[in-house]
Design a protein around this ligand. Structure first.
Ligand code: DGL
Length: 279
């Protein structure tokens, strides 16, 4: 049965649900709050179980379903999966199991990479789970028959980002270790294929420039994802009509010691309140 006009209007004003294994998805929230400033957002970071990127696809699907159900109970109108690992291995299952729109980060990231690379080989830095899933090569192949994708698992970068250790010698050395094989295999652009990695863009860019002697494109899927979400909401008549800034509810499954500082860094704005929940 189709919704009546009142139900449709209420749905438009409902919040957008966003989740990630931890705090990395806040980089997507940051972009969403720029592109769709009126939208109310409920964010869930599964900080008690991060990282997802080293776990089996079955476990990631189970965790992702748990996160999605929490958001569903909060009355969200759509879910943005702000995690590459979940987008890589669990998106289809979420779409089968849940009766609401689910948007991921891989397809927008792949599209931005194809545009930036102009046919040259694309390097992808991501979690072990995302790289093993081949989600990026598949998404790129659907957009371009020419582009080659070279993947590199970079799990240590996740810990550095969660720890807030995003500048200086250690992140640069780790970035160098992961970039070197990509450059050796001919990558001419680098996709930050993990929502934690935009925080490490500076050391990654510095090392990429040091290794190649050039300023090659670095692709951050957060803004491409926010563009897709904005278009989707408008096309489906789901965009809110609010003109004032939307609210942001932060839910986490654990509150690490340095939470506020790290979360503010990911989000690019001060974090005042956060609620701890059990899944
Ligand atoms: N946010 C996750 C992603 O984008 C990385 C962190 C994790 O391993 O859970 O893949």
């Amino acid at each position: 049965m189709s919704a009546n006009p009142l139900e449709k209007a209420a749905r438009r004003e409902a919040p957008l649900g966003v989740f990630d294994s931890g705090l990395g998805g806040l980089t997507v929230v940051h972009a969403l709050r720029e592109k769709c400033p009126g939208e109310n957002i409920v964010y869930l970071g599964d900080t008690a179980r991060v990282p997802y990127g080293t776990r089996s696809p079955e476990t990631v699907v189970r965790y992702a379903l748990g996160c999605s159900r929490v958001l569903l109970k909060r009355g969200v109108k759509a879910i943005v999966v702000a995690c590459n690992t979940v987008s890589a291995v669990a998106l289809d299952m979420l779409r089968i199991e849940l009766d609401l729109p689910i948007l991921g980060v891989i397809v927008p990231g792949a599209r931005a990479a194809v545009e930036a690379s102009q046919g040259a080989p694309i390097g992808v830095l991501a979690t072990t789970g995302t790289i093993s899933s081949n989600a990026y090569p598949r998404a790129v192949a659907a957009l371009s028959t020419r582009a080659v994708v070279i993947g590199q698992a970079a799990p240590l970068l996740v810990s550095l980002a969660e720890e807030g250790w995003v500048d200086g010698q250690v992140p640069r050395l780790v970035a160098q270790r992961y970039l070197e094989p990509l450059v050796r295999k001919g990558a001419r652009s680098v996709v930050l294929g993990c929502t934690h990695f935009p925080l490490l863009k500076k050391p990654i860019a510095e090392e990429l420039a040091a290794l190649t002697g050039e300023n090659l494109p670095i692709v951050d899927s957060a803004y491409a994802t926010a563009d897709d979400v904005a278009t989707f909401l408008t096309e489906r008549n789901l965009a809110c009509t609010r003109t004032e800034r939307g609210t942001l509810d932060l839910l986490v499954t654990d509150v690490p010691k340095s939470f506020r500082e790290v979360a503010s860094r990911f989000l690019g704005e001060t974090v005042d309140e956060v609620h701890q929940i059990d899944l």
